[in-house]
Write a protein that binds this ligand. Structure first.
Ligand SMILES: [Zn+2]
Length: 426
């Protein structure tokens, strides 16, 4: 479609409806200043293409009713893919972030890349068939930080992470484009958490925020001045490999090859190792009665012990929280976010951990930068493909060309409409 005046008007109206809908025709005319006949023609076109729907009536005074329009969220869908250790997760999701389908396809270490690519293409074909009644606008892929076909947990950081190659962008993307005929985009894996939160989570409408992962590793995902940040080589946000205990040669080596990394001292394996060592030395703890014989020290077991006021668990959880607090406060001092989102299974340690952590973060943050909000996002880890889905919808709607639309608030609509309504009544 050429970028003529009709195309630009149509895109503007679609973006306004997407952001502010349900919205009436009159409100659209007031906001855009386009001729009513032109707006009506575009709306008819968007309705015919099932991109928008009519959604009930609103009363506007004097007994008049107006039909409201909103984006056809049940019809507009996208496929998102993200790589995890040992599997790739496929999501089919609506434009409002509702997940219609989720599945994990195993990735066997050592499998040829061509085999993995064909498996992904096959599965994508099946999903396109299952959801053929929907308008699938594209496929978004989160690029893994390592090559999933050769990743081995026992290998060094250098072996796993620096041998990443571009096959997702250079082979998988064109193969999927050719197969599906759809828009296919790849996005750096480090920005997926920030993208999910920005579009569908706690950071909606927030320009500056950081997401901090607390699990078997420690990491972060950054959004600064409204832009997700991947860095020069796609490695921005490696909070877990910042050093907090420099020069302590007695420290266990981090898998990145350094000593004193945050991750070695504060990630979940560090906590369970400290708890196990203390119990082996005979420290009394109610944790022993909660340990699952099959799974060892679980997050639930530690949370139960913390809830019972277990001194040993409180001691080690507090110590880890204080270290993590310093690190997150350093990131806050550096980046000045409005919001810090905590995610990852360690947040399930519960209120004692989160309170200690928040206290430590705020204690170590520059007072001038301390006016930020802290939230948790319990399901972010498994929803990473939603970040790629959100970006596919953004490129479909060309939201970057209509940034001002997304700064509008519903109250702007009321003011605009009210002034016109007053004029009409007079
Ligand atoms: Zn490290």
């Amino acid at each position: 479609m050429p970028h003529d005046s009709h195309f630009l008007k149509r895109n503007l109206i679609l973006n306004i409806i997407s952001h502010l809908g349900p919205i009436s025709r009159t409100e659209l005319i007031n906001l855009t200043d386009y001729r009513p006949a032109s707006v009506s023609a575009i709306i008819k076109e968007l309705l015919d293409e099932q991109l928008i729907v009519e959604t009930g009536l609103t009363s506007v005074g004097c007994g008049r009713k107006r039909v409201l329009l909103e984006i056809n969220k049940a019809h507009l869908c996208a496929i998102g893919l993200a790589f995890y250790t040992g599997f790739v997760t496929f999501l089919v999701a609506q434009i409002d972030g509702t997940v219609l389908h989720r599945e994990n396809v195993p990735v066997r270490p050592g499998m040829p890349k061509e085999t993995l690519i064909e498996q992904i293409v096959d599965r994508t074909g099946q999903l396109l068939h299952i959801y053929q009644d929907k308008n699938i606008v594209g496929i978004g892929i989160g690029e893994p930080l390592y090559d999933p076909t050769s990743y081995r947990p026992e290998y060094s950081f250098l072996t796993n992470y620096l041998h990443y190659n571009d096959w997702v962008k250079l082979s998988l993307k064109p193969r999927l484009e050719q197969f599906s005929g759809l828009r296919v985009e790849t996005y750096s894996g480090v920005v997926l958490p920030a993208m999910v939160e920005r579009h569908y989570g706690a950071a909606k409408g927030v320009e500056n925020f950081i997401c901090v992962e607390l699990s078997n590793g420690i990491g972060s995902s950054l959004c600064l001045n409204g832009m997700p940040v991947s860095g020069a080589t796609g490695r921005a946000g490696e909070l877990g490999h910042t050093v907090i205990d420099h020069g302590n040669t007695a420290q266990k080596l981090c898998f990145c090859g350094k000593t004193g990394c945050v991750e070695v001292q504060t990630a979940y394996p560090a906590l369970t190792a400290q708890l196990s060592a203390a119990m082996e030395q005979g420290v009394f703890s109610s944790l022993s009665s909660h340990i699952d014989p099959e799974h060892g020290i679980t997050v639930d077991a530690i949370r139960h012990a913390l809830d019972e006021g277990d001194r040993m668990c409180m001691h080690y959880v507090k110590a880890i929280s204080q270290k993590l607090g310093v690190v997150i406060a350093n990131a806050v001092n550096l980046l000045n976010p409005q919001l810090v989102v905590l995610y990852g299974f360690m947040t399930d340690l519960g209120s004692y951990f989160l309170q200690q952590l928040e206290m430590a973060i705020r204690e170590n943050t520059l007072s001038a930068a301390c006016d930020f909000e802290l939230r948790t996002s319990p399901h972010l880890e498994k929803n990473l493909p939603l970040g790629a889905v959100a970006e596919i919808f953004s490129s479909y709607l060309r939201t970057d060309d209509y940034k001002w639309v997304y700064q509008l608030q519903p109250s702007d609509l009321e003011n605009n409409t009210n002034s016109t309504e007053t004029g009409e009544r007079l």
